[in-house]
Design a protein. Structure first.
Length: 508
C-alpha cells in the first residue's frame, strides 16, 4: 500500500519537477553563452511555487538542469584534451553536476522544513541557506564555486558594485530574496504581504543601484599608474608541450613582445605555461626568454613550471609565474596555490592510486603560498588560471600588499565554448570586491584589463595571436569586503547550523 502511494505520488508530482527544471534552465540563461543576467531575478520563482511538497527532489532537478548546460564545456576538456572516451566523459560530467545539485537540494529542503517546524518564512531562511551552501560549495573537496548566482549581476554596472560590501555572496542573497518575494506575490495569499513584498523589492533595488552609482563616481586620491602589455600567443593546446613546436612558440612570443614594447609598455605579461620548460635551468630555451626583457627594455612576467628539491632529495613541482627585470634577472617567483583536482594533482592520491591525472603536465604539482612579487616599489599578486574564481584567495593577495592583481591563464582547454567568458566574468567580480585593477593574460583569450568597477578594457578576441597595451592604477581603493572578508557567508553558515540543531530538537 505504501509503495503504491509513493508511485502515485511520484507520477502526480512529475509536472512540478518539470517546472523545477525550467527554473534551472532560466538560471543557466543568466550566464554565458546566453548571458541574460536579469533572469537571476525571476529564475527561482517557478521552483519556489512547486517545491513545497518535494523540496529535495525539486532542488536537485533544478540544480541538474542548471549545472548541465552551464558546464557543458567540460566534455570538450575531457574528450579533446583528457583523452576520455565520450561515454565516460558524459558520465563524469553528469556525476559532477549531480554532486553540485545536492547543494541546491539540501538548501531548499532545509528551508521548507524550517518553515514547517520552526515557523521561519522562506524569506528569512532560504537566502541565508543559499549563501551558506554556496560558500560550502567553494570549500568542500577543494571547492568549486563556479556559477554562483551573484555572478548574474556582472553586466549590471550599478548593481554589481555591491560586491565590495559582502562579495559575490551578497549579490546571490539579493537575487534569492527577490525571487522569494516574487513567488509569494504569485501565490496571492495576502494583499498586504504583496504590497510589503513589492516595497521591499523596490527598496533593495533602488538602494543597490544608488550605492553602485555613488561607488562608480568615487575616485579618491590619484594613484600611480603602470603601462602593461598583455601578450596572447594563441598556442594550440596540442602544441604547447610538444618540443617540436617550442621554437615556434618562443619566436611568436618574442615578436609580439617587441611589438608591445613599442607602445610604451613597462611590464610584459605572458600567459600561464607560456614557457613550457624549466625557466630556472640554464638552457637555450630559457636564455631566449631572458633575452626578451633585454631586447625590449621592459620587465617580463611569464608562466611556466618550476621545481624545488626537498630535504629527502625528492622534488616538489609547481605551476609558477616568474618575474624578470629588464636585464632578464629573476626578481621573484609565485606558485599556484589552488590546484585543479585531477588536472594538476590527484586528490587522495594514496587511496585513488588507480586514477591518472586528466591532463598532461609536468608531474603532480604542489601548492604554493601567498607571495606577492615586488616590482618598482609595488607588489603584484598573481592568480594562476582558475584561482580567480576563489574570492578569499584574491582578497588574501590584496591584504598582503598587492597593488595589482595579475591573472595568467591558459583557456585553450575550453575550446570555442562559453567557459572563457564565464571565467572572465568571475575574474571581474574579484576586481570589484577588492577595488583593484586586474591584468589578465590568456593564451588563447580572453585577455583584458579590468578596472576596480568591473569594466573591461582592451578585450582581445578568442584564438588570435595579439598583444594589447593599457594603463592600470597601482593600489586598492577602500572596500568593506576586503577589510572584513566573508563575514556574511560565515554568519549564514552559523545561522544554518543553529537552525538545524533547533530543527533536530523540535523533531525529537
Amino acid at each position: 500500500m505504501n509503495i503504491s502511494r509513493r508511485l502515485n505520488s511520484a507520477v502526480l508530482f512529475e509536472p512540478k519537477l518539470l517546472v523545477a527544471a525550467l527554473s534551472g534552465l532560466l538560471m543557466a540563461g543568466a550566464f554565458p553563452p546566453v548571458g541574460q543576467g536579469w533572469l537571476g531575478f525571476v529564475a527561482l520563482a517557478p521552483l519556489l511555487l512547486v517545491a513545497e511538497e518535494r523540496p529535495f527532489a525539486s532542488g536537485f532537478v533544478c540544480g541538474l538542469s542548471f549545472f548541465a548546460p552551464l558546464l557543458y564545456w567540460l566534455n570538450i576538456v575531457m574528450t579533446s584534451y583528457g583523452g576520455l572516451a565520450p561515454f565516460f566523459a558524459v558520465v563524469a560530467w553528469l556525476m559532477l553536476c549531480a554532486y553540485l545539485s545536492l547543494y541546491f537540494a539540501i538548501a531548499l529542503w532545509l528551508a521548507f522544513r524550517f518553515q514547517q517546524r520552526l515557523k521561519l518564512p522562506l524569506l528569512c531562511s532560504l537566502p541565508i541557506l543559499w549563501i551558506a551552501f554556496e560558500y560550502l560549495r567553494g570549500l568542500v573537496l577543494s571547492g568549486f564555486p563556479w556559477g554562483l548566482l551573484g555572478y548574474a549581476a556582472i553586466d549590471m554596472e550599478n548593481l554589481r558594485q555591491l560586491a565590495d560590501v559582502f562579495g559575490v555572496y551578497g549579490l546571490s542573497g539579493l537575487f534569492v530574496v527577490i525571487n522569494v518575494i516574487l513567488a509569494d506575490l504569485v501565490r496571492r495569499r495576502s494583499v498586504k504581504r504583496g504590497v510589503l513584498g513589492l516595497t521591499l523589492c523596490a527598496l533593495l533595488l533602488v538602494g543597490g543601484l544608488f550605492y553602485g552609482r555613488q561607488a562608480i563616481r568615487f575616485t579618491g586620491p590619484e594613484l600611480p599608474r603602470l603601462n602593461v602589455a598583455l601578450v596572447q600567443g594563441n598556442i594550440a593546446q596540442q602544441h604547447k608541450w610538444d618540443r617540436n613546436y617550442r621554437q615556434l612558440t618562443l619566436d611568436k612570443y618574442r615578436r609580439l613582445s617587441l611589438e608591445a614594447a613599442q607602445t610604451g609598455a613597462e611590464l610584459l605579461i605572458w600567459p600561464e605555461a607560456s614557457a613550457p620548460f624549466y625557466l630556472q635551468e640554464e638552457s637555450t630555451d630559457s636564455r631566449q626568454v631572458r633575452q626578451v626583457p633585454r631586447e625590449t627594455g621592459t620587465a617580463l612576467l611569464v608562466g611556466g613550471p618550476s621545481y624545488e628539491m626537498r630535504a629527502d632529495k625528492g622534488y616538489d613541482y609547481h605551476n609558477s609565474a616568474f618575474l624578470l627585470d629588464r636585464d632578464g634577472q629573476q626578481l621573484g617567483r609565485s606558485d599556484k596555490i589552488h590546484l585543479v583536482p585531477f588536472g594538476e594533482y590527484v586528490p587522495f592520491a594514496k587511496v585513488l592510486f588507480f586514477i591518472n591525472k586528466l591532463v598532461s603536465g609536468v608531474g603532480d604539482f604542489t601548492p604554493g603560498t601567498v607571495e606577492p612579487l615586488s616590482f618598482k616599489h609595488h607588489d603584484l599578486g598573481v592568480l594562476i588560471c582558475y584561482e580567480a574564481i576563489f574570492p578569499a584567495l584574491a582578497r588574501d593577495y590584496v591584504r598582503n600588499g598587492s597593488d595589482l592583481l595579475v591573472n595568467i591563464t591558459n583557456d585553450a582547454w575550453f575550446g570555442r565554448s562559453s567557459a572563457p567568458r564565464q571565467l572572465l566574468d568571475m575574474t571581474r567580480m574579484r576586481a570589484i570586491e577588492n577595488r583593484i585593477w586586474i591584468a589578465r593574460a590568456a593564451n588563447t583569450g580572453i585577455s583584458a584589463l579590468i578596472s576596480p568597477t568591473g569594466q573591461i578594457l582592451h578585450e582581445t578576441p578568442l584564438f588570435e595571436a595579439i598583444s594589447v597595451t593599457g594603463s592600470v592604477e597601482l593600489g586598492a581603493r577602500p572596500s568593506f569586503y576586503r577589510e572584513q572578508g566573508d563575514i556574511l557567508p560565515l554568519f549564514c553558515l552559523f545561522f544554518s547550523l543553529v537552525s538545524i540543531l533547533l530543527y533536530s530538537y523540535k523533531r525529537r
